[in-house]
Write a protein that binds this ligand. Structure first.
Ligand code: ATP
Ligand code: MG
Length: 173
């Protein structure tokens, strides 16, 4: 019997959504099981997590499907990159070859109207049984939360950004 996979959502305005998703991925990969991570919206700049994944030698498959351009200036490109990522996500989920599929910052695609919440729900509900999914991003909608099994809100209590402390290599990227 296949153990049932679950849908995990890391949402909220505090820090830790993406890093928790990578922690989950590390845990799965450590057991020798396959992981696919798709990062939406974000650009192609080098991140510590991207470098670390390379060091693991293919145990975690990482796809960065963002443009790195600003939303206002390159709206068409942002949408195109997001749709390419979403197509890939559907393929990877339905393949059933991964124990875990991470859809990092997916909520923005729904919140910006690039894809519909119903479409995401459909892909999640028709996925192969054993696949765990992690979705991250602020403001996960009620419809998404309804089909999830585990939802955690990272709530900002303090953020160093408010004191003017800039993003730092190894901490924010
Ligand atoms: P992390 O990637 O560190 O786990 P996250 O995925 O929860 O964070 P995102 O909303 O994806 O957070 O934001 C990406 C980065 O922007 C984070 O590293 C975070 O520290 C930073 N950040 C989060 N909230 C704020 C804020 N209010 N102002 C400025 N930067 C922020
Ligand atoms: Mg994030």
């Amino acid at each position: 019997m296949v153990e049932r996979g679950i849908v995990i959502i890391n949402t909220g305005n505090g820090k830790g959504k993406t890093t928790a998703a990578f922690g989950q991925a590390l845990r799965v990969a450590g057991h020798g099981m396959r992981v696919c991570i798709i990062q939406f919206i974000k650009g192609q700049w080098v991140t510590g997590e991207g470098k670390a994944v390379k060091l693991l030698g293919g145990r975690i498959e990482l796809h960065v499907c963002g443009t790195g351009f600003t939303w206002q200036a390159d709206r068409e490109q942002v949408i195109e990159a997001a749709l390419v990522g979403w197509r890939l996500a559907r393929e990877k989920i339905s393949a059933g070859a991964y124990r875990l599929v991470v859809l990092d910052e997916l909520t923005y695609l729904i919140n910006y109207g690039i894809i519909s919440e119903d479409e995401v729900r459909e892909v999640l509900s028709s996925r192969p049984e054993g696949v765990d999914i992690v979705i991250t991003g602020r403001e996960a909608g009620d419809g998404l939360i309804a089909v999830a099994d585990l939802v955690t809100e990272m709530r900002e209590i303090k953020h160093h950004y408010r004191q003017g402390v800039a993003a730092r290599k190894g901490r924010e990227f």
